[in-house]
Ligand binder design. Sequence first.
Ligand SMILES: [Zn+2]
Length: 416
Amino acid sequence: MALLTTLCDDFGSRFGGTEGAALAADLLEEKFASYGLANVHKDAYDYDGCCRGGGNLVFVDEGVEKDFEKEKARLAENIVISRSGGIHRMEKYDRAILYDANGFIFQNHYPGYGEVTGTVGWNHEAVIPGIGISYETGEFLHRLSRQNGAVRVRIKTTDAYRRTTAWNIVGELRGTTHPEEVIIVGCHYDGHDITQGANDPLSGMVVVTEMARVLSAYAGDGLARTVRFIAWSNEEVGLFGAYHDAQGLGDNLAHVRFVWNLDSAGSPGGRKGIQLHRLPDFEPFIGNAAEEMGQDISVGQGTSCYSDHYPYFLKGIPTGSITTVGRPPGRGFGHTAFDTVDKTDAMSIREAAALGARLVLRQLNAESLPLQLREAEEVERFLQEDSGLEQHRLREAVYEKLGKENLRQYCDAVRA
Ligand SMILES: [Zn+2]
C-alpha cells in the first residue's frame, strides 16, 4: 500500500509525458532492483504524446449501431453526444467518424463522479475532436436541447501532440532449466490525466511488484522458466508501452509462453478469478492448480482489445488476466478524478497477488505447459469474427473510409 499511495499521492496521474510518469518509472525500477530481479532496466521509446491544449448536438444514447442508425440523417458535420456504459467508448467514437460527425462528446453515465476520460486516438492525432463531460453537464445539454429544439456547440480544446519519450520498466528472475522460456507478468502504471488511477491501474501494478517480491524468494534453482516483470507505460493513450515491448520480441515470440495482464487486478468488489483470452486447452491447468490450492477459481473465456495484453495477443502469444468476479458491470468511478487511494482495498490486492504468484509459480515449474503460439491465420480469424473485437473491425472501416495516410489532412480539415 505504501508504494501505491506514493504513486498516487506524490506522482499524480502519471499520465504519459508528465513529470509524475518519469518519477514513477524511477521508483518502479528501484523497486524491481530491490527485490534482486536480474537485468532491471528502463526500456525507453518515443511516441506522439498528448498534451492539454461546431455543429449541432445529436444525442445517440449508448452509441450502439441502432442508436446511430436512428439519427443517421442528422449526424454529418454535427457533434455526437453519447453516454458511457454498455460498449467501449472507442466503438462509439469510431461510429461517429463513420457517420461523418465533426466531434464527439462522451457523457459520464454515473451521476456525481464528475467528468469521464479515456483515449479515442490510436497512435496518431484523433480523427475528430473528442471530450469527456460529467453526467450533469450532459443532462443540462439534454434539457437545453428539448427546450430549444437544437443546441449548437463548439468544441475548443488546448490539447496538442508532441514527440515524447516514455519507459517500460523491465526486470527478470531467470529460470534454470528452461531460461529461454518466459512468462511475462505486467500492468501499466499510467493513470489517465485527470485521475490518480489508484485502482485502474495501480491496484494491479502493486500486484505485479508484490509477485516480484514473493517469487524472488525462489530465485536461484527454484524456478525452471524465466519470469519477466514489466511495468508498461502509456496504456491509457493507446497501449504504446505494450506495443513497443511486443514489437521488440522479434524472433523470440515463441519463447514467450504466456502474458499476464494484471491491469486493475486488485480492484475491490468481488472475488478474484481468471480471464483467458480464448484458451480452452489451458483451462484444465488452472483447474488442477485450483484443486492443489484448495481454492475455487472461476475461469472466463473471452477477448478484448482495450488493454496491454492485446499487442501480444495480436502476435499470437497466449494471454490472460486476473479479474474481479461479481463486480457490477461498468467502470463506476474508474477514469474519473475519483479513482483515489481511499477507494482501494488491501484485501483485494492481497488476494490477487496471492493468486497470481501461486499460478505463475506453477506455470514456471510445470513439466509441460499446454500453451502455444497461435498461427497468424488463427489470430486473423479472431479479428474478423470474435464478438469481443468489434473495435478492430470498426477501426479497419475508419482506415478504409479515410485512408490511413490521409488521416492528418482529415484532422486538419475537421478543425478548420
Ligand atoms: Zn488500466
